[in-house]
Design a protein around this ligand. Structure first.
Ligand SMILES: [Zn+2]
Ligand SMILES: [Zn+2]
Length: 301
């Protein structure tokens, strides 16, 4: 049983990749197939959580915030991501106009093997994602949007999609736009999105995934992200990136085997329970009278 827990992460990830690959190979519509495989991965993870829970008693079925989690995920997909894509397109067209239309395509190493290109794209995306995420924790104006994601008393499969829709817009502008400007092929971007979706599901699950210690220094493990969701601010302001590389480089990595997470969430959680109140929270908090501090206490480097 212990070995099974260690095998779960590589098995689920490789099975999801194999199913995605088979669908693309069969000529299914890439956007539709990406959605189907992501939801399928989420359903499998949610079912397995009940058979092998990390914390017994935690369930998306009894979490009173689960309907809100689903509504946030829906709004993110239907409004946040398309709005981000539209704004990113405008930004790319503007940048292409300034650099010459053929320029950006020349910057991407299309002659590299696919896996090499995927690693390169992941590293570039992670760099921008790291600083975006760190800024969320540093600046009040951004924290109140991100606080919706951190406002949770338990972690399970639905929490990956608990993001204010504005986070979808910001992500496209900050992380995706540079990749498009560099000329990353659409197929590669699609694979990156799929992997991010799989890892997002696996990084918030209550499924009892186990990893050897060295994996926390190489991979985006559940334990690394669990630590990021700790109620304790010192731990919450660490492990920002998907892969640990940039946290290690910029001094914000905490080894999850060296810290005990007592509970997840936000100290003195200011996030209301209602869905619409949660949507409006960042705008209300940014009013001059209700403005308060973001959690990161250390200085930006
Ligand atoms: Zn965060
Ligand atoms: Zn998270």
């Amino acid at each position: 049983m212990r070995a099974l827990r260690y095998l779960l992460f590589p098995t689920l990830l490789s099975a999801s990749v194999a199913v995605a690959w088979a669908g693309f190979d069969a000529g299914f519509d890439p956007a539709v197939w990406t959605f189907v495989v992501t939801v399928g991965n989420l359903a499998v993870v949610a079912l397995l959580e009940h058979a092998l829970p990390r914390k017994p008693g935690v369930s998306l079925l009894t979490d009173r915030q689960s309907p809100n989690d689903l509504l946030h995920a829906g709004l993110l997909s239907l409004v946040g991501v398309p709005a981000g894509q539209a704004l990113a397109t405008i930004a790319v067209v503007t940048l292409a106009g300034n650099t010459g239309a053929a320029g950006p395509k020349l910057w991407w190493p299309n002659h590299w093997p696919f896996i090499g290109q995927l690693v390169l794209l992941t590293l570039i995306a992670d760099f921008f994602d790291y600083w975006k995420h760190r800024a969320y924790h540093r600046f009040d104006a951004l924290w109140w949007f991100h606080s919706i994601h951190h406002s949770m008393n338990s972690m399970h499969a639905l929490k990956a999609g608990r993001l204010h829709f504005a986070e979808g817009v910001i992500r496209y502008l900050v992380v995706t736009t540079p990749l498009v400007v560099l000329g990353a092929p659409t197929e590669l971007l699609l694979w990156y999105v799929l992997l991010q979706n799989f890892l997002g599901n696996l990084n918030h699950t209550n499924l009892d995934l186990r990893f050897p210690r060295f994996a926390h220094y190489l991979l985006p493990t559940l334990d690394n992200h669990y630590l990021h969701h700790a109620r304790e601010r010192r731990l919450q302001d660490s492990n920002f990136a998907g892969t640990p590389l940039f946290d290690l480089l910029f001094g914000t990595f905490h080894d999850p085997t060296q810290h005990r997470v007592e509970s997840v969430g936000i100290e003195d959680d200011p996030v209301p329970n209602g869905f619409f109140a949660q949507l409006l929270l960042p705008f209300r908090k940014l009013m001059p009278k209700t403005r308060s501090k973001a959690p990161e206490t250390g200085a930006m480097t």
